[in-house]
Design a protein around this ligand. Structure first.
Ligand SMILES: Nc1ncnc2c1ncn2[C@@H]1O[C@H](COP(=O)(O)OP(=O)(O)OP(=O)(O)O)[C@@H](O)[C@H]1O
Ligand SMILES: [Mg+2]
Length: 291
């Protein structure tokens, strides 16, 4: 039989589980849904949880198992939540689609307008689960990934398997079948660790000018500041030589800076403000005082 997907297909699609039972790490969700599928008595369902943990995969697998390959395409309506979320989409697209789908539905499937949704929480994927899926893909694609590269991939993907698979495929395209930790860092857009550590070292010097110089270099090199904030957070949280109350103060500032960036604030000013507050926290200078 010809493969279902051509080999040029993105690996996130190629390795998307087709059956609910193959969705990894979401045991409770899988157990409840497997029972539900046996009766085809489906309530409305709301899947929630972090990105890349199997929500879309599970929804597609349910539809596939319920309708089979023939009917599947005509019974699935995917809407993009970033632009298709106005009331008109509900009034037209969704209601029209639901009417058609129900009118010709097989018996056993309940009426669609149930008063509430059954909610399913998807957990972030653990490092073990991520590694197993990644190693499976490596075997299938003939890639070699050493232990350090595997743990780097889990760390930079933060429980999001979609990200991990995408980084792996990009690295394989660029660097061939033997992939190292630094190959993965370069395709992920993660900032080299020594850059993040030198920013902290500059803050530890207590000199505003030194920190400002480091901040200016980071901006001039074009590193994304939101990514830097997230990596700076890791360094701060894991630092052995910073007292907890100082860590808390820096983390609070990191949160504020991240929010400001989302709201469109200037990257240089946010990073400089964050570095200044880090100096104040490290040297126990009350907020607002000039140092
Ligand atoms: N629990 C899982 N088991 C196996 N593969 C998974 C799992 N979660 C994610 N994947 C892999 O990651 C890809 C992305 O997953 P999926 O589209 O289901 O994420 P999602 O939870 O819907 O994320 P988002 O919130 O961003 O929409 C899938 O194609 C699949 O290859
Ligand atoms: Mg999804």
């Amino acid at each position: 039989m010809a493969p279902l997907v051509p080999s040029s297909q993105p690996w996130v699609e190629k390795y998307r589980p087709r059956q609910v039972k193959d969705v990894a790490h979401q045991e409770e969700v899988v157990r409840v849904l497997t029972n539900t599928l046996q009766t085809a008595d489906l309530p409305h369902m709301l899947f929630y949880g972090p990105p890349g943990t199997g929500k879309t995969t599970t929804a597609l697998a349910i539809a596939y198992q319920l309708y089979g390959p023939e009917l599947y395409k005509s019974r699935v309506l995917e809407l993009n939540a970033s632009d298709e979320r106005g009331i008109n989409v509900v009034r037209t697209k969704i209601k029209d689609f639901a009417a058609v789908a129900v009118g010709s539905a097989k018996k056993g499937i309940i009426e669609p307008l149930a008063s509430r949704c059954a909610k399913f929480r998807f957990k972030p994927l653990s490092e073990d689960v991520m590694s197993n899926r990644i190693l499976h893909i490596c075997r299938e694609e003939g890639l070699t990934l050493d232990a350090q590269a595997l743990s780097t991939l889990s760390a930079i993907s933060q429980g999001d398997l979609r990200r991990a698979i995408t980084y792996l495929q990009s690295a394989a395209r660029l660097f061939g079948s033997s992939i190292s930790s630094s190959d993965l860092i370069s395709v992920s857009g993660a900032i080299p660790e020594d850059i993040v550590k030198s920013l902290l070292a500059a803050c530890k010097s207590g000199e505003f000018d030194v920190a400002n110089k480091e901040v200016s270099n980071i901006i001039a090199d074009g590193y994304p500041v939101s990514q830097l904030l997230s990596q700076f957070l890791d360094v701060i949280v894991n630092a052995d030589d910073i007292p907890d109350e100082h860590k808390a103060r820096i983390c609070k500032k990191l949160g504020e800076a991240d929010k400001c960036l989302v709201d469109g604030a200037d990257e240089y000013l946010q990073l400089l403000d964050m570095a200044s507050e880090t100096i104040r926290a490290l040297f126990n200078i009350p907020q607002g005082l000039v140092f």
